[in-house]
Design a protein around this ligand. Sequence first.
Ligand code: BTN
Length: 275
Amino acid sequence: MIVPENHPSGADLPLDLNSVRQRLVAQRLGSEFHYFAEIGSTNTYARRLAEHGARDGELVIADSQTEGRGRLGRHWVSPPNANLYLSFVLRPRLPPARAPQITLMAAVALAETLKFFLPVPPSIKWPNDIIVNGKKLAGILTEVSCGSESVEFVILGIGVNVNYPVDLMPEEIRQRATSVLVERQNKVSREDLLQRLIQDLDRCYGEIEENGFAPMAPRWEAYFGWRGQRVRIELLNQDVFGIAKGIDHDGALLLEDEHGKLQRVIAGDVTPVSQ
Ligand code: BTN
């Protein structure tokens, strides 16, 4: 590979997407790549593509984002050439009620990919954070556009901290974020991780379209770190406490309240609390 002059030896290079495309074995995902050295947000761009008729599986990927978006209106820190920032346009053949299953499926695929690169298996923090050693390594932002009868499109956005050293993380995330590099103490090829991730997502996407989420639910549950633990859910204007019991078929968190009654929680942030 020719090293560009502005990338002194040892610095991270831009993604080599040709090597990914040449090796990729996928049915639908990654049918087309839209690459940007820098973009505002891959999710925002993918939505625009979808509104203009982009096909199922088209991928928007960038080496950095200036306005990376996280869940609940948060910012996603997206420095250049170290991590993965990608968004798929999906057109699943699912009724709107089953759209949340896309996020659960993506969390399973992402956990399965990352397990291959990490010394310890990751866990899923409901609804869709990937956690390693108590710190966040990857996140998923799904945005759905529905007609009355069917899902029009889903934008599946994924951010993975790959070769991101702690000392380069901004102060506001340093205590709670990690990366593949931090966990395994050496760099990994972003191309290898990306190729595997696209293939795992492609396989899992096919599985839920064909069989629904139920057969995949035990895999999600196996990565769910806090079953049986007392947790706090931060909702917009109140905190709710209970015992995390798992998820139901549409991805809601099942929380047992102090009267032993099961509550369904559909949004919020979960933190374990001491019993
Ligand atoms: C979260 O809050 O955990 C979700 C983070 C999702 C970040 C990814 S990076 C690629 C895509 N583009 C965005 O603007 N956000 C998602």
